[in-house]
Design a protein around this ligand. Structure first.
Ligand SMILES: O=P(O)(O)OC[C@H]1O[C@H](OP(=O)(O)OP(=O)(O)O)[C@H](O)[C@@H]1O
Ligand SMILES: O=c1cc[nH]c(=O)[nH]1
Ligand SMILES: [Mg+2]
Length: 207
């Protein structure tokens, strides 16, 4: 599986703000939005372009546009904080939604929402979720997409645990990962360490 770690100094600065436990809800949402811009920019660096013929004020010009905008799929709740900025980068994109909450005892994903197009053949899909911990939530999402014929899936994450990266790689599904950091691992409660805590709670408060 292709893993692209975005290590730009500005990305590292936003990630530090997210990790800082003194950052409040508003500051966390702002830093997540800003970092999402960098992650989506990098995730699109290999996207195909289509030729567009235009005219500048001076002469004809052969320009380009994205050949196919990715379907954006935020995983609720935490991925909600990434979707506005991703849409700002790709305004023509469509958006699907998946809702999953981990069971706090077992860390198993509990799905509660699925709102996706029926057929994703030929469409690139960007799954937006800041946290890839055990990988259970991302794998569930990927399985929903593959069942709809998706063959080009990008997981856009902020922090990943090696366990989650391995789970995606071992799944054999057509997925690549774009992430700001692969951290040390998971603690006994399946939280990423050093991590940034609960990305949903830090944006929106406890559920
Ligand atoms: O890789 P996993 O072990 O599945 O953990 C990662 C998931 O946990 C978080 O969501 P959470 O379940 O806390 O829901 P929330 O976004 O509503 O807070 C996070 O946003 C991922 O979706
Ligand atoms: O560290 C973690 C693990 C799962 N979900 C989060 O929000 N944070
Ligand atoms: Mg949460």
């Amino acid at each position: 599986m292709q893993v692209q770690i975005v290590e730009h100094p500005l990305a590292a600065a936003r990630l530090t703000t997210l990790r800082d436990k003194t950052t409040g809800n508003a500051g966390f949402r702002a830093a997540l939005s800003s970092l999402t811009q960098m992650l989506v920019y990098e995730a699109l660096s290999s996207a195909k372009s289509a030729v567009v013929e235009i005219e500048t004020p001076l002469q004809p010009y052969t320009g380009s546009r994205l050949e196919c905008a990715p379907l954006l799929v935020p995983v609720l709740r935490a991925g909600v904080g990434m979707v506005d900025q991703a849409l700002a980068m790709v305004p023509e994109a469509h958006v699907g939604f998946v809702g999953i909450a981990r069971d706090e005892e077992t860390a198993q994903p509990v799905p509660y929402l699925e709102s996706l197009p029926d057929d994703l053949s030929g469409f690139p899909v960007f799954v937006l979720d800041p946290m890839l911990a055990t990988g259970g939530s991302m794998l569930h999402t990927i399985e929903l997409l593959v069942a709809r014929n998706a063959t080009d899936i990008t997981a856009v994450c902020v922090v990943a645990a090696p366990e989650g990266v391995a789970a995606l790689a071992d799944s054999g599904h057509p997925v690549r990962l774009v992430v700001a950091s692969v951290d040390d691992g998971l603690n006994e409660a399946a939280y990423i360490v050093p991590g940034l805590g609960d990305a949903g709670d830090r944006q929106f408060g406890p559920r």
